[in-house]
Design a protein around this ligand. Sequence first.
Ligand code: ZN
Length: 104
Amino acid sequence: MKYKCPHCGKETFSPWMKLRCGGMTSYGKPCPECGRRCVNGKASLIANTVLSLMGLAAILYCYFTFRTYRDVFLTGVIPFASTVIMRVLFNMFVGDLVPAIKRK
Ligand SMILES: [Zn+2]
């Protein structure tokens, strides 16, 4: 399974490479075919923002409600870890790559 380079249109990015391209604020990674840099686009930006807020909400909820260490694990650690995992999976498998706009 490969993802399309927005510059040359060839399917050159593996999920692992797509993950390492980062978001729209990063420098991105060069396409193996044409050498121009690509980043994950707007869908990734929105998903990462929403998931970050959910992770933050989970931590705040946990902080104000926990009574035992079990509560910390169930309402804090697990929800936060799952938002981090979902961000990684989203960047690997969902959303399109776009040309990097940030200069070195
Ligand atoms: Zn390319």
